[in-house]
Design a protein around this ligand. Sequence first.
Ligand code: PMP
Length: 443
Amino acid sequence: ADLIEKDGYAPWYDGFENFYVRRLKTRLDDCFARPTHGVPGRYINCFLRQRAPQLKYTYNGESTKCLNLSSYNYLGFAQSHGVCTDYALKTVEKYGTSACSPRSAAGTLDKHKECEQVIADFVGKEDSLIVSQGYGTNASVFALMVDSQCLVLSDSLNHASIRFGIRLSGAVVKPFEHNDMRILEKIIRNEIAQGQPRTHRPWKKIIIAVEGLYSMEGNLVNLPEIVALKDKYKCYLFLDEAHSIGAMGPNGRGVCDFFLVDPKKIDIMMGTFTKSFGATGGYIAADKWIIDRLRISYFNSHFGESVPPAVLGQIISSLSVIKGTMNPGEGQERLQRIAFNSRYLRLGLKRLGFIVYGADDSPVIPLLLYLPAKMPAISRKLYAKKIAVVVVGYPATPITTSRVRLCVSSALTKDDLDYVLEQFSEVGDELFMKYRKDAPRMK
Ligand code: PMP
């Protein structure tokens, strides 16, 4: 501890945290990592941390039932839900709780095959490959697609898993300003030998890596323009749909559905099941020949456990509900509700005078606090009003743009959202958070 105090950093790891960040983090621990119990659906039961001497935190014995705007439960499938839960339970009854083996050994069940076909059909690609963790999917896929003679153009706000995967591959990476097509085109033009046939390029491959919906900003990718650029300069496109699949588009089929872009234009589609589907794991969807190659070389298929049966049951059944092949009508109702809820809450918050980032249709609503000190304050005040939110700050965002991130869900009703708006208005006045010039003033 003396050494840390003296030198101002922890000598044994200084990549992510230094002494100052740790001090800040200790304070912010107040609002992070709050244990919860029960199903994270419309409500969430969480414990409040109590501050004890020496900045140590304990939990009070009782949990509070809060309205849940903190989970990525976009379509409300995370809560125990008749048809999906029944299907998942039946899958467990038939296949047990785990295959206890990687895919390439004894871990491929017929349900894996079925699940991969259902996903490929849903996203509009020929085939797909499922992996037991979303983070792990991105972390390992780039090493199989690119090497040091390839160039990856990565949006500056890409998720950590994409950045990690690209670094691990050894490819040359050039980040471009978030969603800025002018800069992206400039980099591509600089990087390719203009007018030369494709084989004369200095790069074996150029891949543009973007997300569908950016989870810290609530922004949508500029998909039609990126597709035009990729076609013009013959690059490949990698699209991470972790937050957009299920939640965006009239049929829930992600940003292609939203922007009416043909999914065939996207070379590699990635997504996770942890958000809209209430499950866990990730997928890669692409042309059959790509998936065939990935399947034999994917590290996770050989050295990691396959997706467990209950999860397969949840994925297949929630996708079937969205498509309308199970409980017809329910999927459409959920899709309409998420679209309504997202706009209603976002526009309501803007009207109250808050500064809100992102696209109007995005179910991720980041509300700007700016000062990091306001993070624990708002988290506690909302907790007292029985609303659970996530606050996000440095290092996930620049230190000056700390924010509250609300995740909207189909599980929330209009009355819930009216209550949330009312409470946010009060807290916004107390913490001087209504930064918009046209904000209604306090009475
Ligand atoms: N990609 C993106 C864009 C994400 O936001 C996340 C996590 N939120 C992941 C990948 C990793 O997915 P998972 O949490 O399912 O491991």
